[in-house]
Design a protein around this ligand. Sequence first.
Ligand SMILES: [Fe+2]
Length: 287
Amino acid sequence: MKIAVMSDIHGNHVAFESCLDFLKEKEVDGYIFLGDYVGEFPYTEKTMELIYDLKRKYSCYIIRGNKEDYQLSGLGKDNSKWDDYPSTVGMLRYAAKHTREKDLQFFASLPITMRVEIPGLPPLRICHGSPRNVKEDIRKGCSVNQEIFAEVSEEYIICGHTHRVTDMNEYEKTVWNPGSVGVSLDGSAKAQLMILHGENEKWKPEFLAVAYDTDKVIGEMKDERLFELAPCWSRVSESLLRGGTVSHGRVLWRAMELCEKEMGECNWPMIPERYWEQACEEMLQNL
Ligand SMILES: [Fe+2]
């Protein structure tokens, strides 16, 4: 039994297509998708169509991530109060324009966690962040892990969201995170995925990374004017595609810190562009 596990595609259909090409020879029996299908990259519809196609042809276990929640809650809808904050809301708005009614219905139909039962193998608990919260990280050595795991009956927890490949064993749970298909943070600029091998009543993970045409993605970002719609956010995306390791979350955090220092408070998404620019200048060395 072989199951491909992919998470955090973030609309990077080029990376996703390369993973699917790579998997053709692996003859997997099914797919697990851990959420965040939309996000940072152009032509969101292409990612969604690939998922619908796989769902028609194979056993697929699909849950939703925080990026799907953002679209369901309308964060990307036009709201003139936010027009001055393109680096914060630009990609949410782009994704909203490319998320069709059928995609929203699909997102709404997805659970945030699921038990995957395959005869003869231990059940898996799959989730995006943690089983109880799409935005909660599971990281090695965190004190909150004990509390999170106490609510889970399965031995194996398969999660995404952190974009960090993880293989850990704590409090009698085994946690595997395949990393991110579309936005890897390890400096490799490769698409990360995992194949779970089920043999002799046990699961074994195989962590993989697939090279893809990152220049094509940057070209599509330019074609779709993402550097105008979400200037600094897209600079972070480009930096990662060029082998950088600084995440959007870290730059956002720094921009908010700078904003708070000067203005006394900073309320997301109202982060003036000058703070985003300053954070990018400080943190992105490879552009
Ligand atoms: Fe996420």
